[in-house]
Design a protein around this ligand. Structure first.
Ligand SMILES: [Zn+2]
Length: 187
């Protein structure tokens, strides 16, 4: 007589609201991964690695990475370039139906621009303790100069975003030390 092993019980179905939350978070991670890839390319080109992707209806409207060094433009941050490209493409500066994914907390210039664009939602990865204008140093979005409120989700793929920046700065420090030995050390 064959012994039929008992079938393991099926896992309990996920409650629907939890499943929906999990799907939403997976979507955030998907777009942030794309922003991380843009940032990595910029980092390889000598820029501080920051990438941004602008989404509407689950489609990419515009994407960009930091180009400050390549363009010698102090305003060529990833967020600004993505907002400009989206406005040009849609012939409309209002982006209230869009979500911006960016790997680093926006600086004062970029946070102000998100308000001006009437952005629908901001999702970012790592906090910027030196220049973050969403919650780390300033909160421009909720400040008295802001005439637009937008939901913010910080910390999506936070570790990956932070590691990318830290590794880039660490490599650059190492390269600088290798290229410019301290005069006290001698030849
Ligand atoms: Zn910025």
């Amino acid at each position: 007589m064959d012994i039929v092993p008992p079938t393991p019980p099926a896992p309990p179905p996920q409650p629907e609201p939890l499943k929906q939350l999990s799907d939403i978070y997976q979507t955030h991670c998907h777009w942030m991964t794309r922003a991380l890839a843009l940032a990595a390319k910029a980092g390889a080109a000598g820029e501080v690695p920051v990438g941004a992707v602008l989404i509407a209806n689950q489609q990419v409207i515009a994407e960009a990475a930091n180009r400050r060094e390549r363009d010698q433009d102090p305003t060529a941050h990833a967020e600004i370039l993505a907002l400009r490209a989206a406005g040009m493409q849609r012939q409309n500066w209002r982006l209230s139906d869009c979500t911006l994914y960016v790997t680093l907390e926006p600086c004062p210039m970029c946070a102000g621009s998100l308000v001006l664009a009437r952005l629908g939602q901001l999702v970012y990865g790592a906090d910027d303790p030196k220049a973050g204008a969403v919650r780390s140093v300033l909160n421009l979005l909720d400040g008295p100069s802001s005439n637009h409120r937008l939901p913010v989700l910080p910390g999506v793929l936070e570790a990956a975003c932070r590691d990318q920046l830290q590794q880039w700065f660490s490599r650059r420090r190492h390269a600088t030390q290798t290229n410019c030995p301290s005069p006290t050390k001698g030849p």
